[in-house]
Design a protein around this ligand. Structure first.
Ligand SMILES: [Zn+2]
Length: 68
């Protein structure tokens, strides 16, 4: 095994990564990557499932009230 692993370049700007901010070269590039990741997550619709669940809960509540 080599004594030192070859430094991977920062995926944002291509500079050698710093140990402190791996795999990025700086906190700035790490933030850039985070922002990219989050904007991708937020573009996926996730509220649909929650809405369906809430509707079913209201219906079952009405039914139990009818029973009594
Ligand atoms: Zn960088």
């Amino acid at each position: 095994m080599p004594p030192l692993a070859p430094a991977k370049p920062c995926p944002i700007c291509g500079k050698p990564a710093e140990e402190q901010f791996k795999p990025f070269c700086s906190s700035r590039c790490r933030d850039v990557d985070l922002n990219r990741w989050f904007s991708g997550v937020y573009s996926v619709p996730v509220a649909e499932d929650e809405d369906e669940d809430g509707d079913a809960a209201i219906k079952s509540e009405t039914k139990s009230e009818d029973h009594e």
